[in-house]
Design a protein around this ligand. Structure first.
Ligand SMILES: Nc1ncnc2c1ncn2[C@@H]1O[C@H](COP(=O)(O)OP(=O)(O)OP(=O)(O)O)[C@@H](O)[C@H]1O
Ligand SMILES: [Mg+2]
Length: 473
């Protein structure tokens, strides 16, 4: 069959068949016809003119290059890639994806055009890097043949569906105090080691989603396996695409990983899925943005962050949210590291302004062993009113008032100045708040809660009955 094929000239050449034409020519003709776009036949290239530890300067690409284009060159260790981060009249600046500068002066550099990430349904259950290369050793990723990567399309503000459908995360303290809706963007704010990643992994296990995309940016390599295998577990993994850029990777990889994760999420959203995007952490993404921007010569404006960081953050986060009519939604939950527990950190501030809610984790609560260490009094969900029923809203505001009373009087009670019987409201708070705290405790291994309010009521009733039995004795 194959031989018969080589003797038939391709239809594309037109005219009558030429029986005497040599096979080689026909094969060449077919090979040419295979290149649908002429671009692939021409390689635009330049030459390295300067090498620093973090960037390369390349002459000869200024006329044709565009910001964000990927370039390829040959280093000592094989083919390397980088991204164009600045274009000047005489040369362009390339930030390499690999760490370690191993390119020499005069090396040839080829422009490969914009990054092409074409996600596929078969990517679920896989772990990939920022350039969509598999990291899990489970073979090549399925790719949709012949499809060009379109620029990511964010639905216009008025084309989006409204955010109004609540869902349960299965984490009681969130579902009661800061309930969420599909398409919402929520930040988990805390200092280091307080419990952000663990809470995020618990949220990633929510049954309410068709597909979960997890972006682990700037995490320690050891934590990645723990997160995926232990905290997330094999069941959630099956519907999860994980994009990983660990702390030892180049800032370009850490920066790109967020975009790759968002593109994967957009693919599944456009397919009609309800997608959950988990991003751990947005602060490390901001650090990567800062490193790249400073490398291009941008001046820092706030605590070392250049201005472009504060325009790139909303650009990324705006891509999450509800889709246009008919399409699915991207619900985004991201962790924000609050440096030195300082909640006025410029990144934390900028991110808080963009999001539709924030959950604050506190070290003091974690130190009491109350996990997840959420402080319900400092946390809000801007869409909670759409998720609560009228009775639930009333109940939550009563619970909050009681907790506030309990926390405000903590010092007085420790000093022994509290006398039961003088203030009925305070008495009730002292009696019930510890029981509420206990009911809100949850670890990653615990079962998800289908009806958190019922669970809470059951727990409080049981405690009350226990107390009465003790007093009756
Ligand atoms: N729900 C929980 N139940 C029990 N222990 C928990 C829980 N959440 C967190 N922890 C404990 O807190 C530790 C730190 O948690 P985690 O790694 O999630 O913090 P983090 O804020 O992500 O830290 P980092 O800033 O280093 O990324 C965990 O190793 C675990 O021991
Ligand atoms: Mg963490």
């Amino acid at each position: 069959m194959a031989e018969a094929g080589t003797q038939t000239p391709p239809a594309a050449t037109g005219g009558a068949p030429a029986p005497g034409r040599p096979n080689a020519l026909a094969a060449l003709e077919r090979a040419f016809a295979g290149f649908a776009d002429d671009e692939r036949l021409v390689r635009r290239g330049g030459r390295v003119s300067e090498v620093t530890a973090t960037h390369y300067r390349v002459r000869g690409l200024s006329g044709s290059a565009r910001l964000g284009d990927v370039v390829e060159y040959r280093g000592r260790g094989g083919v390397r890639r980088g991204e164009i981060v600045r274009i000047a009249p005489n040369d362009v600046l390339v930030a390499p994806f690999d760490t370690g500068a191993d390119v020499g002066l005069d090396a040839a550099v080829y422009d490969r055009g914009p990054v092409a990430i074409v996600a596929d349904d078969g990517w679920r259950g896989r772990v990939i890097d920022a350039l969509a290369r598999p990291l899990d050793g489970a073979g090549a990723l399925p790719r949709r043949a012949g499809e060009a990567a379109a620029a990511p399309a964010t639905p216009g503000a008025l084309a989006r569906q409204r955010v109004a459908t609540p869902f349960h995360t299965g984490v009681r303290v969130i579902d009661i105090f800061t309930p969420l809706c599909y398409g919402q963007r929520l930040g988990v704010f805390a200092g280091s080691g307080v419990g952000k990643s663990t809470l995020l992994a618990m949220l990633a296990g929510a049954d309410a989603f068709d597909t979960v995309v997890v972006a682990l940016i700037g995490e320690r390599g050891r934590e990645v396996r723990e997160f995926l295998e232990d905290t997330l577990g094999p069941e959630s993994m099956a519907k999860t695409v994980s994009v990983v850029a660990t702390s030892d990777e180049s800032p370009m990889m850490r920066r790109r990983a967020c975009d790759t994760a968002m593109r994967v999420a957009e693919h599944f959203r456009d397919r009609g899925d309800r997608v959950l995007l988990i991003l751990d952490s947005i602060t490390r993404y901001a650090h990567a943005l800062r490193e790249v921007a400073i490398g291009t010569g941008e001046p820092p404006v706030a605590r070392g962050y250049p201005a472009s960081v504060f325009t790139d953050l909303p650009k990324l986060l705006e891509r999450a949210g509800p889709g246009a009519g008919g399409a699915g939604s991207i619900t985004a939950i991201l962790s924000v590291l609050v440096d030195g527990d300082d909640h006025n950190d410029p990144v934390a501030d900028a991110v808080r302004g963009i999001l539709d809610g924030h959950v604050v984790l506190e070290r003091a609560i974690a130190e009491q062993g109350r996990y997840p260490p959420v402080n319900p009094l400092a946390s809000i969900s801007r869409l909670a009113d759409r998720a609560w029923s009228k009775e639930q809203r009333l109940l939550v505001s009563r619970l909050r008032a009681m907790m506030a009373r309990f926390e405000d009087t903590r010092d007085i009670r420790l000093l022994g100045a509290y006398q039961p019987g003088a203030d009925a409201e305070l008495d009730q708070a002292v009696r019930q708040v510890p029981a509420i705290y206990e009911a809100l405790r949850q670890s990653p291994g615990d079962a998800a809660s289908a009806d958190p309010f019922a669970d809470l009521a059951r727990h409080l009733k049981a405690r009350e009955a226990q107390r009465e039995a003790q007093h009756g004795r």
